[in-house]
Write a protein that binds this ligand. Structure first.
Ligand code: SF4
Length: 199
């Protein structure tokens, strides 16, 4: 037995084997051959597999994103299918209904794909670059912290609190990213800190 065989590959192979064996055992050998001849080409052939994490909640199920389009040839990549990663220790290939509908997020016309800003006096949002967005956020945070940071309480006890800005983090991250985020946010003195996980 090939011990390198992944769980996903094993399920694929064993699933085909079970179907064939069952039909053969019932005396449907010809049917089995006809069925095999009529099978359409596997729709994920020639796609690129990318492992990722479901964007929705803190369970952080592993997913595989299948895309078409060769970037090396200047083609635009297009995601054509998303499914649970059966090699992932958290979900072992399963997804809840929200995770199973992830492709709808990717294709949604209302999905934000770039930072937007509503400038002072304007009533509409306009796109800006990530560099400009990060600069604006950093400057706004520094200005607010400089103005409102509480180094000590009325008794003179050091408290190092910053309560006028909050931080909403993502739950769909690795432990390492979450650890770094927590350390950075708390090191600023920020107390209002949450994420979108339903916990
Ligand atoms: S939303 Fe569903 S599929 Fe996505 S991480 Fe949570 S439980 Fe997993």
């Amino acid at each position: 037995m090939n011990m390198e065989l992944s769980r996903r590959a094993f399920l694929r192979v064993s699933g085909a084997g079970i179907a064939g064996t069952s039909l053969g055992a019932m005396g449907f050998g010809d049917v089995e051959e006809a069925q095999a001849a009529a099978i359409k080409p596997f729709r994920l052939v020639n796609t690129t597999e990318t492992r990722n994490t479901c964007t929705y909640c803190s369970v952080a199920c592993g997913i595989i994103i299948y895309s078409k389009g060769d970037l090396k040839k200047g083609e635009k990549a297009d995601i054509v299918h998303i499914e649970g990663d059966s090699d992932h220790p958290t979900n072992r290939g399963t997804l809840c209904p929200k995770g199973a509908a992830l492709l709808d997020i990717v294709k949604a016309k209302t999905r934000l794909t770039e930072p937007m800003v509503r400038r002072a006096g304007s009533d509409t949002f306009e796109p800006i670059s990530w560099d400009e967005a990060m600069d604006k956020i950093a400057r706004a945070m520094k200005a607010d912290r400089d103005a409102n940071f509480v180094a000590a309480n009325k008794d003179g006890t050091p408290v190092n609190r910053w309560t006028t800005t909050g931080f909403l983090a993502a739950s769909a991250t690795t432990n390492e990213t979450a650890w770094c985020t927590y350390k950075v946010v708390r090191s600023t003195g920020m107390l209002v800190f949450d994420n979108q996980a339903r916990v």
